[in-house]
Design a protein around this ligand. Structure first.
Ligand code: NDP
Length: 286
């Protein structure tokens, strides 16, 4: 009789706080569906303990790890290699263990790009984009859009320092035409804009009735409007954009797609995307 292995392959997430991170739901659903012996662990790692925790990834020969708040930047110090786009973004959300060598990747922006490519037939190349926010999610999205050939990105952010810093990174490293615009009063979306993205945390649970302060009358029906907030995915921002006739993309798709990309990096297998969407939708009650 063939011997059964009692040792699963291990992946997971390090964060603090981390208990409410739902990634385990979609990853375990995917492992079950493909009938592979992998486990996704949700692990609380306090600030100050990250170096030891990454030592644990090596010692346990874990196949990889996701990073969430507050570890996405600090982790870069402890890795052997960092992907070029993750270096530009300045943060790593996925580590891949390749035979003992730890490589840092950032799948957030790539997950967003995949959602956009699925829904937006005009494509990203040559696109003119209006981006709200300059935090971690916005940086990841802006870098991937610029690398994918977006022609123009207008960055709007409340804090000038973060907005200008992102604009500078893109200008210095890509050929995209980038500008920073301070967020003062109700914002009008210029007519040439084709893609409007909310990459701020406005509208995140429990503040689900909040929405970015823009002039919604300047959203046109031929625009693609996207939000990064995954739960609940039907944000007030997207509801208002839909009322203007615009096509919309929610943050649930981005969350699943970044997981789909991470799954492939870790297992080498194509992830069962629909299974992962269904699992998370059930979890979020949508
Ligand atoms: P950060 O804290 O790094 O950035 C938050 C951003 O929101 C900053 O640009 C901040 O502006 C802006 N912001 C927050 N409140 C306001 C406000 N009242 N008015 C104007 N601007 C505001 O967070 P992240 O970038 O990591 O996360 C942002 C959102 O993206 C979260 O909702 C998160 O859930 C979501 N996300 C979704 C993912 C997905 O896969 N769907 C992946 C990663 C994140 P300022 O700089 O001025 O403070």
């Amino acid at each position: 009789m063939a011997k059964r292995s009692y040792k699963p392959e291990l992946v997971g997430v390090f964060g603090f706080p981390v208990a409410e991170n739902p990634t385990v739901v979609m990853m375990e659903a995917a492992f079950d569906h493909l009938n592979i012996d992998w486990r996704y662990l949700t692990i609380e790692v306090k600030p100050g303990d990250l170096e030891a925790a990454i030592g644990g990834v090596r010692a346990f020969n874990m196949r990889g790890i996701n990073l969430t708040i507050p570890h996405k930047i600090e982790v870069m110090k402890y890795l052997d290699e960092i992907a070029d786009d993750a270096r530009l973004i300045g943060a790593v959300n996925t580590v891949v263990n390749e035979g003992g060598k730890l490589r840092g990747e950032n799948t957030d922006g790539k997950g967003f790009l995949r959602s956009l490519k699925e829904e937006y037939e005009n494509g990203v190349k040559g696109a003119k984009v209006f981006l709200l926010g300059a935090g971690g999610a916005a940086r990841a999205i802006a870098v991937e859009l610029a690398l994918a050939g977006a022609e123009e990105i207008m960055i709007v952010n409340r804090s000038k320092e973060k907005g200008e810093s992102l604009a500078r990174t893109l200008r210095d490293n890509t050929s995209c035409n980038v500008s920073y615009i301070p967020w003062s009063g109700e914002l009008k979306i210029p007519e040439r804009i084709q893609i409007l993205i909310n990459a701020t945390s406005i509208g995140l649970f429990p503040a689900t009735t909040e929405f970015p302060d823009i002039d919604y009358e300047t959203i046109r029906s031929d625009m693609m409007v996207c939000d990064v907030i995954p739960n609940p995915p039907h944000t007030e921002f997207l509801t208002r954009a839909s009322k203007c006739g615009a096509k919309t993309i929610d943050g649930l798709g981005m969350l699943v797609n970044q997981g789909v990309i991470g799954f492939k990096l870790w297992t080498g297998m194509d992830a069962p995307r629909q299974v992962m969407i269904d699992a998370l939708s059930r979890e979020f009650g949508v």
